[in-house]
Design a protein around this ligand. Structure first.
Ligand code: ADP
Length: 427
């Protein structure tokens, strides 16, 4: 399921990346190619203007001048005086060149004959682009017929666009290459990013499955005892029946406690539990917790003490019932894991911003490698610690409550042995 969602998300991201890159590249290419063509046309028009100015200024057009014009074979220039070529050079005596100029002339006539018909100017210029059927190439062409006294000067300038076309094809190729590289890199990034995003969701799902499995396991034991006891009840005599009924009741209470704990955590998960924050005197709250565990610790011969600050302390904004619940978890654990003759100390200290509660015991302690894990749901350090009353949910409930108060919870070793639970609450 997870890998399917991951695949789908990755493909979705890749699809988006490809679309965005393609659209951006197309827009850029269209704009840049249009600008490129316009700038070439502009420079062609400038050059033809210069040529025409030179023609009108200089009476004699030298071979050198023609050479300059055709330098680098950028332009092809032909000038006819009354249909006689003005300058003939071997280099340019090419039948294909003559045919090309013939073709340009025809193109000019097709496009501009009607336009100039009936007008009596002495110059008939036109700049246009056309694709030759002979060379299969596209050209910018300039054509002009200048009529002066008894002479008719015909000027052709052709600018083959193969360099421009090559430039455009190169640009398209580089863009395709850059796009492909970008798609390759971004696709990998999308793969790892979606994995990173989905990982916590997957962890959460696994956590929930583990929770359900552990909950079912914990519920199965009391349920099996209840079923077998009720079965035995049918065949039992009066005295035995009382024992079985007592077992059923004890297991029922255990199940109810477990279900209450699970519901508390479910509420915390779905963020629907209510934290009713009011100003609370923490010393009074801790004294109440102390009193409720006093007799239990006495029964087990454990020294329970409470150490409060001498001066009066400011009230803490918290939910008194929830903080008492946290104290019950700490004290019940300390009581369970501290052998007879040990001690449990409840210590309250206050700073400017925080109140710190410590529950220190001289019990069996918690190994370093387990310190983080004991806040996991249904986690118990090892089976030798396990008692029927411990489901491994108390500390996670305590941690959720402290988190909901924007406080922090920590655990450390008690010097000389045992564990100390510390929780900080903002005042
Ligand atoms: P439980 O209901 O099992 O006590 P908790 O979440 O309260 O569940 O505690 C998780 C585990 O942490 C316990 O099973 C126990 O192994 C360990 N633990 C908690 N408090 C103490 C303590 N004061 N001393 C030693 N071990 C403790």
């Amino acid at each position: 399921m997870f890998s399917k969602v991951h695949k789908k998300l990755t493909f979705l991201c890749i699809g988006l990346i490809v679309s965005v890159l393609t659209i951006m590249s197309l827009i850029y290419l269209i704009v840049s190619e249009r600008n490129l063509k316009e700038s070439h046309l502009f420079s062609f028009q400038n050059d033809t203007n210069t040529i025409m100015t030179n023609i009108s200024r200089y009476e004699i057009m030298t071979p050198y001048w023609f050479n300059v014009l055709e330098f680098n074979e950028k332009y092809m220039v032909s000038i006819y005086d009354n249909n006689i070529p003005l300058w003939i050079c071997n280099r340019f005596q090419d039948p294909q060149r003559d045919a090309l100029f013939e073709e340009t002339y025809k193109e000019y006539m097709t496009r501009y004959q009607n336009y100039y018909e009936g007008s009596y100017w002495n110059s008939y210029p036109a700049t246009f682009s056309f694709t030759s059927k002979i060379t299969k190439q596209t050209y910018f062409s300039y054509f002009n017929i200048i009529e002066k006294e008894n002479t008719k000067l015909t000027v052709f300038v052709l600018y083959p666009l193969h360099n421009l076309e090559r430039q455009i094809i190169n640009q398209r190729f580089y863009f395709l290459l850059i796009d492909l590289i970008a798609i390759f890199i971004l696709s990998h990034l999308a793969y790892f990013l979606t994995l990173k995003i989905l990982n916590p969701i997957e962890e959460n799902r696994k956590e929930q499955s583990r929770f359900i499995a552990s909950a079912s396991h914990e519920l199965r034991t009391p349920l099996a005892v209840i079923l077998s006891s009720s079965n035995a009840c049918r065949r039992a005599n009066e005295q035995e029946r009382d024992i079985f009924l007592h077992t059923i009741e004890t297991e029922g209470i255990r199940m109810s406690r477990l279900i209450t704990d699970m519901l508390t955590l479910a509420k915390a998960d779905s963020l629907v539990w209510s934290i009713n924050k009011v100003p609370v005197d923490l010393d009074t709250l801790l004294l109440n917790s102390y009193e409720s565990f006093e007799s239990l610790t006495q029964e087990k011969n454990i020294d329970l003490r409470i150490i409060l600050p001498d001066e009066s302390i400011p009230p803490c904004h918290c939910d008194a019932d929830r903080i008492s619940q946290v104290m019950a978890v700490f004290l019940y654990n300390a009581l369970s894991y501290t052998p007879s003759g040990g001690y449990i100390h409840i210590i309250l200290t206050v700073s400017d911003k925080y109140a710190q509660i410590q529950v220190k015991d001289s019990g069996i302690g918690i190994p370093d490698e387990e310190k983080n894990r004991i806040f996991e749901r249904f986690y118990r350090v090892d089976s030798s610690h396990n008692e029927k009353e411990h489901f491994g949910l108390g500390l996670c409930i305590a941690a959720e409550i402290i988190q909901a108060h924007h406080g922090s919870i920590k655990i450390k070793d008690t010097p000389g042995g045992g564990s100390t639970f510390l929780c900080k609450l903002p005042l």
